[in-house]
Design a protein around this ligand. Structure first.
Ligand SMILES: [Zn+2]
Length: 413
């Protein structure tokens, strides 16, 4: 007992020593800051006690209006002590009301913010209110926090953000003009988007528009994906399928996938739709050349090679949105999981469900086959978010289902 206490005291002593040593080293070297949402020039200036001009000088960009890019690192010259606090845009009651609601004197608030007196505050710059444990961030008006699913995303992934607001409100959001599917649950907000695997912009702008409030915008750093290359030779029946048939089937499916049913139906992580397979024979996003042509298309889903008749399961709970034979995709089952998330399994030899039915994770929905545009027994697994094909394996490995659900205020079971 005694020795354990002594060890505890020693450990505390060492910890204090090493903390001191580290902060001393930090003041010597140039520090890096990984840009998070809300890290605007003003916010970083307050946080680190460095002028906006000094921070910007180390991170030049021709557009002076442009905020730091989320996911990039910026050097911090002369980094001082870090401050915690909030940045607030003045609302109805102005500085006086803000001071009262935050239990701070108006004169003190004016002095901290470099204003001559509290009665004529500037409307163009947020007020800094010291305190709390969080670094100051400029979030969309009404948001108390905002988290992104990925700090440096790749094309072909499903992305999301989650946040809480001081009161229920509706929001809309876009990435480079592409709409997120946004859902509110009281003060909880979740927005999802799927990124095409050929998407080329590496610094798109994320915009969030809370109802009746100013638009919030910040650029976001994307990185390149890694793709495999497949050469495909089409012969016989598969080669006979016409572009018109392909387009007609696609149009019908997109009409279905564009319906973004609000409540999430899943309550668990997603699982693979097949457990007994030989290999993953083609990954999502694989660049494809047909009959020696250019690699200008990509694989929309994930292929599992498996014996005909192998059981195919629902990857998560949902409602059957389609269960029928299609020309290109053969016997197909599409599940609506809510939140604009759809999965599809194709080329089945048989169907075990009907439209409108509800399925539970792991429930059998069909069996592996080679119906439709297929060269042998395999399972094609489609995954769509907000009307865009994305990488199902990435969604699963990144545990997106539970991350999104937690943002909705309903953690996974
Ligand atoms: Zn496929």
């Amino acid at each position: 007992m005694k020795s354990r206490l002594l060890f505890g005291l020693l450990a505390v002593g060492l910890f204090v020593f090493s903390t001191n040593g580290r902060s001393h080293a930090q003041s010597q070297a140039t520090q890096q800051h990984l840009v998070q949402p809300g890290d605007t020039w003003i916010a970083l200036s307050w946080r680190y006690g460095i002028s906006q001009e000094t921070i910007r000088a180390a991170y030049p960009h021709p557009n002076r209006q442009r905020q730091p890019v989320i996911g990039t690192t910026l050097p911090l010259p002369d980094k001082g002590r870090e401050l915690t606090g909030q940045l607030l845009r003045l609302s109805e009651g102005g500085l006086l009301a803000t001071a009262v609601s935050h239990n701070i004197s108006p004169w003190q608030l004016a002095r901290i913010n470099g204003l001559p007196h509290p009665y004529r505050p500037t409307l163009y710059r947020p007020l800094f209110i010291p305190g709390g444990t969080e670094p100051p961030r400029e979030l969309p008006v009404g948001f108390t926090n905002l988290e992104l699913s990925h700090i440096t995303p790749q094309p072909g992934w499903a992305l999301a953000f989650r946040g809480q607001t001081t009161q229920p409100m509706t929001i809309t959001a876009q990435l480079d003009g592409m709409a997120f599917a946004s859902f509110g649950n009281g003060r909880f907000h979740v927005s999802l988007i799927g990124i095409d695997n050929f998407y080329a912009n590496r610094q798109p702008t994320l915009t969030i528009q809370p109802a009746n409030q100013p638009l919030w915008a910040q650029p976001w750093q994307f990185v390149d994906g890694q793709w495999s290359y497949n050469q495909i030779t089409l012969t016989g029946q598969a080669a006979a399928i016409t572009q018109e048939q392909i387009a007609a089937e696609r149009e019908r499916l997109f009409a279905l996938w564009s319906i973004k049913s609000p409540p999430p139906q899943w309550a668990t992580p997603f699982q693979l739709p097949i457990t007994d397979y030989l290999e993953i024979s083609s990954r999502y996003g694989a660049r494809r050349s047909y009959n020696g042509g250019p690699y200008n298309s990509s694989h929309e889903g994930t292929d599992f090679s498996a014996y005909g008749g192998t059981a195919v399961y629902a990857p998560a709970a949902g409602t059957i949105a389609l269960a029928e034979p299609l020309t290109v995709r053969g016997n197909a089952v599409v599940i609506d999981h809510g939140f604009g998330v759809y999965t599809g399994v194709y080329h089945l030899s048989s169907l075990a469900v009907a439209v409108g039915g509800h399925v539970q994770p792991g429930q059998q929905i069909g069996a592996v086959g080679s119906t439709g545009f297929s060269t042998g027994n395999h399972l094609h697994w489609d995954f769509l978010v907000a009307g865009q094909w994305v990488d199902a394996l990435a969604w699963k490995e990144q545990e997106m289902a539970c991350w999104v659900l937690a943002g909705w205020g309903q953690p996974c079971q």
